[in-house]
Design a binder for this molecule. Structure first.
Ligand SMILES: Cc1cc2nc3c(=O)[nH]c(=O)nc-3n(C[C@H](O)[C@H](O)[C@H](O)COP(=O)(O)OP(=O)(O)OC[C@H]3O[C@@H](n4cnc5c(N)ncnc54)[C@H](O)[C@@H]3O)c2cc1C
Length: 421
């Protein structure tokens, strides 16, 4: 695959491709030919000990990648990146696709927080935070969602009140992936409740080890605990940590959410089943000639192929310097549905063994876990319904949802705990 695409390379791109290939051959595991795994996802199941080992492995790998001048291909040189274009990033990605990279824990930092800081941060912020983020020394998380503000994140209630050179933060976030091992987080908080909900928000860089920040892991139906509740109680954040402009945090949030959709659509991964693993399972169970199973597999194969083409289209858009539009939502929606159907078909083929396995079998839980993990893909990064709204409005040209709360001061809205007052 890499050799085929190399035909279009410039001389510099060929040099980069060869350098990347040499580095990856030396420092990463090649995917096996019949590999069941699409590489490490942010939400793969690991216990606490396994998680510490995974973080150490990820940091060691990322440090070597940085030292080899292969980290942050499009990020500016003055902040530790390579200063190259999206076409070069694609060259690296094509090479990396053949390997299992242990870098899932950096998805939020490198895919979302970094690009937002590069777009909106001060020079001091970029100088302080970008190089260690890129080197993998510091891990980042995203502090947006709250118990009453997920799809409608502009309804969030976490408050930040100015106190001299600092802001005092109070409130609660939830579903914060990786908060328990993160060093920093990108927080959105309400700084002016007297203006409409989208206008009084501000983005902050938060040191996750500051006093007044408590992180409590949440146990998921899969058994893992990858995301958290994060409580802020009189937590002090320096004014210098404001990202962008005070009360213009919605713009910053949108910048980060666009990057999130692209990162998720381009393959953050939720773990789970894939078409190759389902076909292999059908063969193992001697069901590959069963007409019903064949029909299901053919359907999954076709949809997997379509997803691959959508992925190519997305990458081409990025390569051409465009921020992908609603095709990101189409990819997100179709990918989430495919993930659920793959897991369902796999579990049906696996039969009773998919649901009960011997205690000594380390991979016996894989189909059950795939099924339980699949719904997360339909929620994270914007739910299926929200993607449908976007596709309806921006692809099909349907009328926008009525939004009666866009001009009312946030203080007067009946949202969250304000409903009780
Ligand atoms: C695996 C995973 C990782 C996550 N990681 C993070 C993270 O790191 N940081 C972070 O801040 N958040 C994170 N989230 C949270 C995620 O962004 C939210 O769960 C998501 O935005 C949905 O919000 P909600 O759960 O509050 O559901 P709600 O917004 O309350 O939605 C409930 C239901 O109502 C539907 N709905 C809501 N509004 C509309 C509408 N306008 N039209 C039609 N239907 C609607 C939704 O589709 C859903 O079915 C993560 C979530 C998951 C699953």
């Amino acid at each position: 695959m890499a050799d085929q695409t190399a035909v279009d390379d410039t001389t510099d791109q060929t040099e980069l491709r060869m350098r990347a290939r040499r580095f990856l051959d030396t420092n990463a595991r090649r995917k096996r030919a019949r590999d069941d795994d699409d590489g490490e996802g942010l939400f793969d199941e690991v216990d606490a000990v396994g998680e510490q080992e995974r973080i150490a492995e990820a940091k060691a790998f990322q440090g070597k990648l940085f030292d080899a001048h292969l980290a942050g291909i499009t990020w500016p040189r003055e902040h530790g990146g390579c200063g190259l274009g999206t076409a070069e990033a694609e060259v690296f990605n094509e090479e990396a696709a053949a390997f299992e990279l242990p870098t899932g824990i950096f998805l939020i930092g490198h895919g979302m927080c970094g690009p937002t800081l590069l777009a909106l941060g001060t020079e001091e912020q970029k100088h302080r935070y970008i190089p260690p983020m890129l080197r993998g020394d510091e891990i980042w998380c995203q502090l947006f969602s709250e118990p009453e503000a997920g799809s409608d994140v502009a309804s969030l209630q976490t408050r930040a009140v100015r106190d001299g050179d600092e802001w005092v933060v109070d409130g609660q976030k939830v579903w914060t992936s990786g908060a328990h091992y993160s060093d920093f987080g990108m927080l959105i908080a309400r700084t002016d409740p007297d203006v409409p909900k989208h206008q009084g928000l501000t983005m902050f860089i938060v040191d996750m080890r500051s006093p007044g920040i408590e992180t409590r892991p949440l146990r998921q139906i899969t058994g893992g605990a990858n995301f958290n509740e994060v409580f802020f109680t009189d937590a002090h954040v320096p004014h210098a940590n404001v990202v962008g402009t005070v009360n213009e945090g919605w713009r910053a949030a949108i910048t980060m959410l666009m990057n999130e959709r692209m990162a998720v659509a381009q393959g953050g991964g939720m773990g789970g089943a894939n078409i190759r693993s389902v076909i292999r399972l059908a063969r193992e169970r001697n069901l590959d000639h069963d007409p019903l199973v064949r029909q299901q597999i053919a359907d999954l194969w076709i949809r997997t192929t379509i997803m691959r083409y959508i992925g190519i289209r997305l990458r081409e858009a990025v390569k051409a310097g465009r921020v992908p539009g609603p095709e990101g939502s189409i990819a997100k929606l179709a990918g989430a549905q495919l993930g659920k159907d793959l897991a369902n078909v796999a579990l049906a083929i696996a039969g009773p063994q998919g649901q009960a396995w011997s205690a000594g079998d380390p991979t016996g839980n894989r189909w059950a876990t795939a099924l339980l993990a699949a719904p997360a893909g339909a929620i994270a990064g914007g739910t299926d319904q929200i993607q449908r709204n976007i596709i309806g409005e921006r692809v099909l040209g349907l009328p926008r949802e009525p939004q009666t709360d866009r001009t009312v001061p946030f203080r007067d809205l009946l949202v969250g705990t304000q409903q009780a007052s």
